[in-house]
Design a binder for this molecule. Structure first.
Ligand code: SF4
Length: 249
């Protein structure tokens, strides 16, 4: 994507969705942190189904410890990898109480030290709970960044660093949500809705879809293969000359 088009790209996403919001449900920064930890390799819809009842009962690390690992597992058993996630949530709750007075720290390094919390989770928490202009690159943002040419990169970190550079300062706070929602609902993994996309003319993706599907590439012209000219048979030597030639050698 051309540098000059990037501001227009975000203007269009902003016009389509002026107040973008994440889809994970939470009631405070602690429950947001727990929801993001639970959402690894799971859908937001699936996590919300499990946490609605949990967050009616638990909104602080202390209450989580009272509920205990077994009680937590009962709430989240429909979420993938729930055993490991339950262990992490209990351990991070203990650490929040022991090292941060039961509060979620507004600090990347401290967040990444919590069990089950990596760079992506820390970015989401910093962005949503504290309004920091971080961009957490998930599978959707990785795809949109590469397809559109906005932030091409082979790794999640490379895409994040490219986004840091190219996203206009006044769009950084919401860029995370615009790109995720665009990837989830329009620029979908298997079949993007390019025909309905507001940034279609700015996007560098070569396989854009139409209402009829993906246009087929024009068939390559067949180059006619030249037939090799048949070899002329060598002229036969007279028998006598042949014998003379053998003697000389
Ligand atoms: S035009 Fe297609 S590939 Fe490009 S951003 Fe839109 S949906 Fe994605």
């Amino acid at each position: 994507m051309k540098k000059a088009d990037i501001a227009t790209f975000f203007d269009r996403l902003a016009a389509a969705l002026p107040e973008p919001k994440g889809e994970l449900e939470y009631v405070n920064s602690y429950t947001l942190l727990v929801a993001v930890v639970l959402s690894a390799q799971a859908t937001d819809v699936g996590v919300n189904k499990a946490t609605r009842a949990l967050f009616r009962q638990v909104t602080t690390p202390e209450q989580m410890l009272e509920l205990g690992e077994a009680g937590l597992k009962q709430h989240i058993k429909t979420i993938g990898l729930f055993n490991a996630k339950a262990k992490n949530v209990i351990a991070l709750s203990q650490m929040l109480i022991a090292e941060h007075g039961g509060q979620v720290p507004r600090d990347r390094e401290a967040l990444e030290k919590l069990p089950g919390v990596g760079r992506k989770t820390a970015n989401v928490v910093l962005n949503i709970a504290f309004g920091e202009p971080t961009i957490a690159v998930d599978t959707h943002i990785f795809r949109v960044g590469n397809r559109t040419g906005l932030a091409p990169g082979k790794t999640v970190l490379a895409v994040e660093q490219k986004l840091e550079k190219v996203v206009p300062a006044d769009r950084k706070l919401h860029a995370h949500h615009w790109l995720i929602l665009h990837g989830r609902y329009v620029c979908k993994a298997r079949k993007p809705d390019c025909f309905a996309c507001v940034v279609r003319d700015l996007c560098a993706f070569k396989g854009k879809t139409t209402l009829e599907g993906v246009p087929k590439k024009p068939a390559k012209k067949k180059v006619p293969v030249k037939k090799k000219a048949a070899k002329k048979p060598a002229p036969k030597r007279p028998a006598k000359a042949k014998k003379a030639a053998v003697r000389k050698s």
